[in-house]
Design a protein around this ligand. Structure first.
Ligand code: GLU
Length: 628
């Protein structure tokens, strides 16, 4: 995905308000990371939403090159008007020329559009419109949208109905914003992102939150197959389906950190965050030596320990439960935060709750903390946002320290959680070995087993990410499937559930994590030659049994994707991870867990791209779920 669209309209009624163009240029500049070859802006000087006005024509300026260059030569930001649209183009139909740059005005000049995507049936529509006498000035597919809108507007005199008539004809994939003379904006979305920025007296229509984050943090993620029509006041709007039926929408508060975050050369935050993990995982919890010592002391002395989180944080809790038992000989419980209210009976003043949350604002986690507090428990939290409600409510808080995570699906926060939890577990194990209670160990506590793993983590992750071409090849194959299963045993089972969660969130493919040993107790019935199964199969103590499971599945015709450091002929695709076990074949702490989830994060990301899903903004999901 590349290139961007933006629209801005404001209800300011003063004739002297010429505010749209500079706002649009700033938005385009912020979205530059998406890649483009041309830039353009159109405004409606004198447009106040009152329909056609004598002075209400549309002004268009555009050219090839970078935002700043075109702005300098064409003075985009000096264009008058409180309403406008802007575009950065990545040419698909027609060369990179000034004439092909967007916006494209209709032949009468009364309507202009900016479009991302491809209109696959543009030739047929164009020849009809040419026959009807509409003029075309570019070689793009996009220009049919403005002329089709004009034709429908001439027929209906209504912005909404002309949009309905237009989207019913367009095939392909698009997000476009249209500006009608007089300044009314409308937009539609089919397989390309479209987000409304909701201001106090103004509104934005953008392909990216970054287009408007400087001005508002309230966003409506428009669903596929829906369209938006600005009301006559120019700052409120209606969202409908393509047949014009109103649809419900919700306003999401987007993270303020968007304002500071840039994707650099990465196409998406999610990809950037996956590739950052060699740094983020190695520094997770690294500066919290005292807090970790204190957490270990409290946990060691506790009658019972419960780990809680939602989504990926719950999967991290399950991994930690496993290592608490195997490494620190401490039995713990892992409970989903949303279930805590139904399973808090055993909790009392001697208990500890370890609450895990990236944002520290998840309503379910906060509610679990309230339940535990009521029972008299102490609270240890593992959070990324140190100013969050969770951090404020905890006895001890350990920061993941992984920087803003913008992609909705957790990636780097998950691996950072694993490292922080493992540091705590190593400290409990070390205290146990020394027979003390931890006490005030200060800096001496850093000499435990956790330093071994954090030393190895960056190199291991870098090796995992070295060459994504194999993963990209598998993603192409997964493009059209409807179900996928992920198998893991032991500590790799919660990684399998995390893998399935990533695939669901990013690709919308039904995915299920299954414990390898459970196969025969039900799931084997699902296996046939249309099924794909990922087996998480590092060469540790789970290896042989998992290979047997893989063979059983293969015998039913399913295709096997092996995530392993050891090759096997049972794999149809082998995604190689670095060797990370100890000599006895035991899992060495979280090293395998970390290195096996990363290629699956990547696989989910690339499969999302193949399926035209936006990995940064999965449908129906929000980054921090602050409602129960
Ligand atoms: N298909 C259109 C063009 O070639 C739009 C490309 C884009 O998404 O920027 O102009």
């Amino acid at each position: 995905m590349c290139c961007s669209i933006i629209g801005y309209s404001s209800s300011s009624r003063g004739d002297d308000v010429d505010g749209a163009a500079p706002i649009l240029v700033r938005g385009l500049r912020r979205m530059e990371y998406r890649g483009y070859d041309s830039v353009g802006v159109a405004t409606a000087p004198g447009g106040r939403g009152q329909g056609k006005q004598a002075d209400g024509g549309i002004m268009v300026r555009k050219g090839t090159g970078k935002v700043d260059d075109v702005n300098r030569s064409a003075r985009l930001d000096a264009m008058p008007g409180s309403v406008g649209i802007g575009h950065t183009r990545w040419a698909t139909h027609g060369n990179v020329t000034d004439a092909n740059a967007h916006p494209h005005a209709s032949s009468s000049g009364e309507i202009a559009i900016v479009h991302n995507g491809i209109i696959t049936n543009f030739e047929e529509i164009k020849s009809e419109l040419v026959q009807d006498g509409y003029e075309f000035r570019s070689e793009t597919d996009s220009e049919v949208i403005s002329n089709l809108l004009q034709k429908n507007y001439e027929r209906t005199g209504s912005v909404k109905e002309s949009m309905m008539g237009t989207v019913s004809r367009l095939q392909g994939e698009y997000a476009f914003v249209a500006m009608f003379s007089g300044g009314r904006l409308a937009a539609a979305r089919l397989h390309k992102p479209l987000i409304i920025g909701v201001g106090k007296n103004d509104m934005f229509l953008s392909s990216d939150v970054l287009g408007f984050i400087e001005y508002t943090d309230e966003a409506v993620y428009v669903e596929n197959g829906n369209m938006v029509t600005a009301n006559g006041d120019m700052s409120t709007f209606e969202v409908t389906d393509f047949e014009g039926r109103p649809v419900k929408y919700s306003i999401t508060k987007v993270s303020k950190e968007f304002g500071d975050a840039y994707k650099g050369d990465y196409a998406h935050f999610t990809l950037k965050e996956i590739f950052e993990q060699h740094e983020t995982a190695s520094r997770a919890g690294g500066t919290a030596v005292r807090e970790i010592a204190e957490a270990a002391r409290i946990i060691r002395g506790a009658d019972s320990v419960c780990l809680t989180g939602s989504g990926s944080s719950y999967n991290a809790a399950l991994v930690a439960k496993h290592f608490f038992a195997s490494h620190a000989k401490k039995s713990t419980e892992a409970v989903m935060s949303s279930e805590m209210q139904f399973s808090s009976e055993g909790m009392g003043p001697g208990s500890v709750l370890v609450a895990i949350s990236q944002s520290g604002e998840s309503a379910d986690v906060l509610s679990a903390v309230r339940t535990a507090r009521k029972a008299g428990c102490r609270i240890i939290s593992v959070v990324n946002m140190m100013t969050s409600s969770l951090a404020r409510q905890s006895d001890v808080t350990i920061g993941m320290n992984c920087g803003p995570e913008i992609g909705v699906a957790a990636t780097k926060s998950f691996t950072s959680q694993l490292v922080v939890l493992y540091r705590i577990i190593s400290q409990v194990a070390e205290d146990r070995r020394l027979g003390g209670n931890g006490g005030d160990r200060g800096d001496s506590s850093s000499g435990n087993g956790s330093s071994d793993i954090t030393g190895a983590v960056p190199g291991l992750i870098l090796r995992t990410l070295e060459d994504p071409t194999g993963v990209q090849k598998v993603a192409k194959e997964l493009k059209d499937i409807s179900d996928i299963y992920v198998l893991g045993r032991g500590v790799h089972y919660p990684i399998a559930t995390e893998a399935a969660l990533k695939i669901k969130e990013l690709t919308y493919i039904h995915a299920e994590g299954i414990a390898g040993g459970e196969l025969k107790h039900g799931p084997l019935a699902l296996m046939d030659d249309s099924t794909y199964v990922i087996v998480i199969n590092p060469a540790d103590s789970t290896y042989e049994e998992m290979l047997t499971s893989a063979r059983e599945i293969k015998a039913r015709g399913a295709r096997i994707i092996g995530i392993s450091d050891a090759h096997s002929d049972v794999y149809d695709h082998w995604i190689k991870i670095p060797e990370a076990g100890d000599k006895a074949g035991n899992s060495n702490g979280p090293l395998y867990a970390i290195s096996e989830i990363i290629p699956i994060q990547l696989l989910a990301y690339y499969t999302a791209l193949e399926r035209n899903a936006d990995p940064d903004y999965p449908r129906n999901l929000a980054k921090s779920v602050t409602v129960k």
